[in-house]
Ligand binder design. Structure first.
Ligand code: 5CA
Length: 441
């Protein structure tokens, strides 16, 4: 993408009302724009990162055996009356009427909708187990939307729902999703710590939150430091490797504020291992058995002919919140530093002097060749050198290729690593040679 043709409305001045770094940087880097309170427009750069994050989540859900579908954003109130949550959910639910005066709502989550689906299709043990997921916008009329897309009203969520015949099988699905969450966040360069959590309005008695440790997080967390040393297998076979995941990842104390108890923290964790910090909740998983399937008469017949309610759980990831969480975890005083896996472009190419025709030729040629193996943001604008370098550091593409007048004489370019700031000078022909060698066949 040539920057002269792109739409990247970066801001020079510091946004006044943005309290946390990720919000400030997302506004300054031209990633988002507030449309109204708690509702955001995803500008092209923000949208590109959102899609990268979505892609990793989708791939890891699929690897774990979950199947994608797409449910609507607007739901009928009838299914929520059936589960009993229509009244319970309160003011956070955006309620509307259609032209026939029927009660409808903008979905804050999808347990009812998916349980209704399960009641029609999963009648025999032969159809189970199943984990279904979708990636869809949600609306929650939050009392105090804040921190940009971190806590807003309209947000993108990945929500999965598991369906099993027995509780034992249900717990296996819970383990699979648990492991896929650990892997998903790792692929985004994040260390997410699973913590025992309250199940709140979703319900059930088994629930874990996945928390990124960050000083700007909304919740206070109490963690045994040994939690941070746990690792997942390099390559995962979900059928085999997920067994026992929850057990081994919950052997150390790790809770959010809601579940904190001073006595048990001090009893279970030696002083040198006690970590009290803040964190950002990027995922939340629930096992609630027959809480929803019972009122929906979503029953399944087992091998022996016994009919009982399907066993279920739900598993959410805050897709749009993750964009902010990655920034909280990876930035410096100059701006964002994207991990490669979620960067909006693989590489940045900067021509420091577009008035130099020879240099333009060299850069255009490089750009065209690079495009066959990667995505590139090519700064071909006539802005000043300072503006170009500052802007590229702000938007955080991990690798920058920089060319100036000297590149013409010396036939060299500069490769800058955004994270370390280190630069390497390379011969242009050598660079092109590497490019050819690295090309996917
Ligand atoms: N139905 C369950 C799981 S599918 C559910 O709704 N869980 S949740 O309420 O915990 O939401 C799942 C994830 O969505 C959270 O972990 C969080 O990362 C994200 N999320 C929740 N509320 C907001 C919000 N107001 N703004 C941005 N992200 C949010």
């Amino acid at each position: 993408m040539k920057l002269s043709k792109y739409f990247l409305p970066t801001l020079k001045e510091l946004p006044k009302d943005a309290e946390v770094m990720s919000h400030r940087l997302m506004l300054r880097a031209g990633m988002i724009r507030q449309a109204s309170s708690g509702i955001y427009i995803w500008l092209p750069l923000g949208h590109a990162v959102l899609k990268k994050i979505e892609h990793i989540i989708r791939e890891e859900q699929t690897n774990a055996g979950a199947i994608e579908l797409l449910m609507p954003t607007i739901q009928s109130a009838d299914i929520w009356k059936k589960s009993g949550r229509y009244d319970d959910y309160g003011a956070e639910m955006l309620r509307m009427k259609d032209r026939h005066n029927r009660d409808i709502l903008y979905g804050p989550t999808n347990e009812e909708q998916i349980t209704d689906i399960s009641s029609h299709y999963f009648k025999s043990y032969k159809t189970l187990p199943k984990i279904l997921f979708h990636i869809q916008w949600k609306f929650r009329d939050e009392v105090r939307p804040r921190f940009g897309v971190m806590r807003c009203k309209e947000f993108l969520m990945k929500d999965s729902y598991s369906f099993d015949v027995t509780e034992e099988d249900g717990k296996e699905s819970y383990n699979k999703m648990f492991l896929s969450y650990l892997k998903t966040f790792q692929r985004m360069g994040l260390k997410a710590v699973p913590m025992q959590a309250e199940s709140g309005p979703i319900g059930g008695n088994l629930s874990h939150e996945f928390i990124i440790l960050a000083n700007t997080g909304e919740s206070k967390v109490y963690v045994d430091k040994r939690m941070l040393e746990l690792n997942i297998p390099e390559s995962i076979d979900y059928e085999k490797d997920s067994k026992g995941t929850v057990e081994s990842w919950t052997k150390y104390y790790a809770v959010t504020e809601d579940m904190y108890d001073e006595k048990s923290f001090e009893k279970n964790v030696d002083e040198e291992n006690r970590l009290v910090m803040r964190g950002i909740e990027v995922g939340h998983v629930f096992y609630f058995g027959d809480k929803y399937t019972k009122p929906f008469n979503a029953n399944v017949q087992d091998k022996d002919g016994t009919i009982s309610p399907i066993q279920s759980g739900s598993y959410g990831i805050g897709v749009s919140r993750l964009v902010a969480a990655v920034i909280e975890a990876s930035h410096d005083e100059k701006g964002i530093i994207w991990p490669e896996s979620v960067s909006p472009f693989d590489t940045a190419l900067i021509n420091l002097n577009p008035k130099n025709d020879e240099l333009v030729n060299i850069c255009d040629n490089l750009y065209n060749k690079m495009l066959s193996s990667q995505t590139v943001l090519y700064d071909d604008t006539s802005n000043s050198v300072g503006e170009k370098l500052t802007r590229m550091d702000l938007i955080g593409i991990p690798k920058q290729i920089i060319l100036g007048n000297k590149s013409v004489e010396n036939k060299t370019l500069e490769i800058k690593d955004r994270r370390s700031g280190e630069t390497v000078i390379e011969n242009i022909d050598k660079f092109l040679e590497h490019l050819n060698n690295d090309k996917p066949s």
